[in-house]
Design a protein around this ligand. Structure first.
Ligand SMILES: Cc1cc2nc3c(=O)[nH]c(=O)nc-3n(C[C@H](O)[C@H](O)[C@H](O)COP(=O)(O)O)c2cc1C
Ligand code: SF4
Length: 446
C-alpha cells in the first residue's frame, strides 16, 4: 500500500509503523501519590489496539512540585519505573510505540497543589493569567535541579523500555515559561533575548543526552506561535513562528530527533484545543479551582452567570483560529522547511484525505490526534478500511477537556450517543479490562 498515511515514519533512533500518532491526553486515572494504575494502562491500550503507530503519553511530571493535578502518573523517582515498564510492554504487544512526555507545570497548574501550596517555581514572579495562581522566579540552583530531574526522567523512561521521550515545551508549562517573550521577564542569563530564554530547554536537552545517551529518541513539543494575547489583549504577543524556528534549529544542533508543533502559551487556549468552550460543563467542574488562584472565583462566577457566560464563550470562539482541522499546518510547514528532523503536527485532524494531503504536500511528516481518538479510538482502523471520516466524529466541543478537572477522561458529547447511559458507559469503560481472548485476536491482527 503506497498510501502516505501508512508509510513507516523513520526518526534517527526509532521507526513508527504509520503516520498517525496519538497525541498527549491527560486524565485523572492514577493514584493520588502519582503511582500509576491499571486504568491508565487500559486507557492507553484503547489507542494501541486502534492502530496508531505510536502513543505520546499524557503530561508526566518529572518532579512532584511539577504536577498539574493529582492522579497523573509521575516519573519523578526510580520506584515509578516498574509501572511504566508494564504499560510500555502492554502497548508494544500491539505493534505500537510509546513515548513518554516529560513535563513540569511551573506556575501553570490545574489546581492549587496540596503538597506545595505556595507560589510555584517559574521563570517569573508574575502569577499565571488564567487562574491567577502565584509564581516565583526560580533561583539558578533550582534551575540546575530541574534540569537534572528532566535528565533523570529520561533515564527512567529508557530503563522502562519506552521508545523515547518528548519534552513538554508547549502550551504554557515550565519550558514555555522560559521560552516565551510574553512570560519570561528575567534579567539574568535565562531571560531577555531569545538566546537566553532558550538556554533552559537547551540545557535540558544536553543533560538528557548525557544521561540517556545519543541513541535514545528525544523530541520536543513546542507552541510555534504563542498567541499570548489571545484572551487578554493587553499581554505581549509571545513568541512568533520565526522565534520558534530559531529555537528548533538550536535544539536540532543539541540533538533532538523530532519536533511536535502545537500552539498557544497557555492550556487551555482559544486555539488549543481549538473548538468550543462548553461553559455549562465548566460551570460544574471548575468549582474545584474556586479557592486556587486570584482569578478562579471570578472565572467560576463568569461561567455560572448569564450573560457573562455567553460573552465569555463568544470571546473564546472569536479568539480561536477559523480553522480547526490542520490549524497548525502553516507553522508546521515553516518549521519543516527550516530543519532536517521530522515534524509532527497536532490540531484537529480526523479526516484521512486531509492528513494524506498534509503529508504529501510536505506540511508535516506525521500527525498527532487527541480528541478525535477520544471520540473514536479505532479511527486508524476506519482509515485502513478506506473510510475518510468517522460516522460519529468528534465535534470539538471540548467537554472532555473541562470534565478532566473532576471526572474520568472520555467523550462527554451527548450528541454522539444514543443515550446518557451509553455515553457514561463509554467513559467508564477504562475501568474494565478487555477480555484476554478478544485482545489476543487484536494483537494477532496488528
Ligand atoms: C483532555 C485533553 C488533555 C490533554 N492533555 C495534554 C497533555 O497532557 N500534554 C499535551 O502536550 N497536550 C495535551 N492535550 C493537547 C493534545 O495533545 C492536542 O495537542 C490538542 O488537543 C490538539 O489536538 P486534537 O485537536 O487532536 O485534540 C490535551 C488535550 C485534551 C483534549
Ligand atoms: S467531548 Fe467528545 S466530541 Fe467533544 S471534543 Fe471531546 S472527544 Fe470530541
Amino acid at each position: 500500500m503506497n498510501d502516505p498515511l501508512f508509510q513507516p515514519l523513520r526518526f534517527r533512533n526509532l521507526t513508527v509503523k504509520n503516520r498517525i500518532l496519538r497525541s498527549n491526553i491527560s486524565g485523572r486515572f492514577d493514584n493520588y501519590d502519582g503511582s500509576g494504575n491499571k486504568a491508565r494502562i487500559n486507557w492507553e491500550l484503547k489507542f494501541a489496539r486502534g492502530g496508531v503507530g505510536a502513543i505520546i503519553s499524557s503530561f508526566v511530571p518529572i518532579q512532584r512540585i511539577g504536577r498539574i493535578l493529582p492522579n497523573y502518573a509521575t516519573i519523578d523517582r526510580d520506584e515509578t519505573v516498574p509501572f511504566w515498564r508494564e504499560l510500555v510492554s502492554r502497548v508494544h504487544e500491539h505493534g505500537c510505540r510509546y513515548i513518554i512526555q516529560l513535563s513540569h507545570s511551573g506556575r501553570q497548574r490545574d489546581i492549587r497543589s496540596l503538597e506545595f501550596p505556595g507560589a510555584a517555581p517559574s521563570s517569573t514572579d508574575r502569577p499565571e493569567s488564567l487562574h491567577g495562581l502565584p509564581a516565583r522566579a526560580m533561583t539558578l540552583e533550582e534551575i540546575r535541579e530541574v534540569i537534572h530531574c528532566f535528565a533523570q526522567g529520561a533515564r527512567r523512561a529508557r530503563e522502562a523500555g519506552a521508545d523515547g521521550v518528548e519534552l513538554h515545551g508547549a502550551n504554557g508549562y515550565l519550558i514555555t515559561q522560559f521560552l516565551s517573550s510574553g512570560i519570561n521577564d528575567r534579567r539574568d542569563q535565562y531571560g531577555g533575548p531569545l538566546e537566553n530564554r532558550a538556554r533552559f530547554v537547551r540545557e535540558v536537552v544536553q543533560a538528557i543526552r548525557r544521561e540517556a545517551g545519543r541513541d535514545f529518541h528525544v523530541q520536543m513539543k513546542i507552541s510555534a506561535t504563542e498567541h499570548n494575547d489571545a484572551l487578554f489583549p493587553w499581554e505581549g504577543k509571545g513568541n512568533t513562528v520565526e522565534d520558534s524556528i530559531q529555537v528548533v534549529r538550536w535544539l536540532e544542533e543539541d540533538g533532538i530527533d523530532a519536533v511536535h508543533v502545537s500552539t498557544g502559551s497557555s492550556f487551555p487556549h482559544p486555539r488549543n484545543p481549538a473548538g468550543g468552550f462548553p461553559v455549562n460543563a465548566a460551570a460544574r467542574t471548575y468549582d474545584i479551582m474556586a479557592d486556587s488562584g486570584r482569578f478562579a472565583l471570578r472565572n467560576l462566577l463568569i461561567f455560572r452567570t448569564w450573560p457573562f457566560s455567553a460573552l465569555f464563550r463568544w470571546w473564546w470562539g472569536r479568539r480561536g483560529g477559523r480553522r480547526v482541522q490542520g490549524a497548525n499546518l502553516a507553522d508546521s510547514r515553516r518549521i519543516k522547511e527550516a530543519v532536517r528532523i521530522p515534524v509532527l503536527c497536532t490540531g484537529g485532524f480526523q479526516t484521512a484525505s486531509i492528513i494524506r494531503k498534509a503529508i504529501a504536500d510536505g506540511d508535516c511528516d506525521a500527525v498527532t490526534l487527541a480528541r478525535p481518538l477520544i471520540a473514536n479510538p479505532d479511527l486508524v482502523r476506519m482509515f485502513e478500511r478506506g473510510q475518510d471520516h468517522p460516522p460519529r466524529p468528534c465535534t470539538y466541543c471540548n467537554r472532555c477537556l473541562v470534565n478532566v478537572l473532576e471526572n474520568p477522561l472520555g467523550c462527554y458529547e451527548p450528541a454522539r450517543f444514543g443515550s446518557y447511559e451509553e455515553m457514561i458507559d463509554g467513559v467508564m469503560s477504562v475501568f474494565r479490562d478487555v477480555p484476554e481472548a478478544e485482545d489476543e485476536v487484536r494483537r494477532a491482527a496488528s
